[in-house]
Design a protein around this ligand. Structure first.
Ligand SMILES: NC(=O)c1ccc[n+]([C@@H]2O[C@H](COP(=O)([O-])OP(=O)(O)OC[C@H]3O[C@@H](n4cnc5c(N)ncnc54)[C@H](O)[C@@H]3O)[C@@H](O)[C@H]2O)c1
Length: 251
């Protein structure tokens, strides 16, 4: 069997929260693998600028994953541009409450994390499911976090939301399997980037010392696992959570 040189050749991929950070890295990696990508984000200026920098195979749509009307409208816009959908990366998320002990969290903070990180995954996945089923080999990759695997302190709302993402990955895999759709998750470790600049140096050092591969983790360390899970080669893998963290947590 000859494998195509571009593993996502012509595949149509929607990535939430792709205006910056890991989502941006996923967009670049999918394009390099031959895909067409839609970047969906609440950050309009940044998302548009990125799409235009990335060229003719990238497009931006405004989407707030926590609002059903916004998700449905954005999905329509994405499908109109892509002409269908083969893959979805549920990447958009907020931390919002990082560094605080659980008794320091405010109710609105906690609720907002659940709305974006949990409800958002449900809303986008349900909105995209029909189009992914029509693909015949639809792929969903949810971006969880290894904080939910090792019980990270001072991050309770976020950790709870990422545990839910792992649980939803398994149930969604069973609900969507008969439509030819696989659903998997990756659980990155602490990645160097804009969103983790606030994290104290001691926490970065704790992660680095605890890894089997003792160096900092970069967005690019996460991308090829996602490309693989989106590819035709991963067609019999579903309901799995893959830690991509240099061996900080091993399952
Ligand atoms: N950076 C890390 O160390 C790390 C580790 C493990 C998991 N993750 C996960 O990786 C994913 C990306 O994280 P990141 O560090 O790149 O974060 P980031 O903050 O850099 O990027 C998140 C993106 O999501 C967008 N977004 C936020 N709320 C949104 C909403 N309601 N609707 C649509 N878009 C929204 C933001 O505008 C931003 O562009 C998240 O799911 C995060 O939980 C990150």
């Amino acid at each position: 069997m000859t494998l195509p040189s571009l593993v996502l050749n012509q595949r149509r991929i929607l990535i939430t929260g792709a205006a910056r950070g890991l989502g941006e890295a996923f967009a670049r990696a999918c394009l390099q693998a031959g895909a067409k990508v839609v970047i969906a984000d609440v950050q309009v200026e940044r998302g548009r600028a990125l799409a235009s920098e990335l060229g003719g195979h990238a497009h931006f749509v405004e989407m707030d994953v926590s609002r059903q009307d916004s998700v449905q409208q954005a999905l329509q816009n994405a499908l109109a541009w892509l002409g269908g959908l083969d893959g979805l990366i549920n990447n958009a998320a907020i931390t919002n409450s990082g560094g605080k002990l659980m008794h320091e969290l405010q109710e609105e903070m906690f609720d907002r994390v659940m709305q974006v990180n949990i409800k958002g995954v449900w809303l986008v996945t349900t909105a995209a499911a029909t189009a992914l089923a029509a693909s015949g080999s639809g792929r969903i990759v949810n971006i969880a976090s290894d904080t939910a695997l090792w019980g990270a302190p001072r991050l309770l709302a976020y950790v709870a939301s990422k545990g839910a993402v792992m649980s939803m990955t398994r149930s969604m895999a069973r609900e969507l399997g008969d439509q030819g759709i696989t659903v998997n998750a990756i659980a990155p470790g602490l990645v160097v980037g804009e969103s983790t600049e606030y994290v104290p140096a001691a926490r970065h050092a704790h992660y680095q010392a605890g890894r089997a591969i003792q160096r900092e983790q970069l967005p690019e360390d996460c991308t090829q696992a996602v490309v693989f899970l989106l590819s035709q080669a991963a067609g019999f893998i579903s309901g799995q959570v893959l830690p991509v963290n240099g061996g900080f947590v091993m399952n």
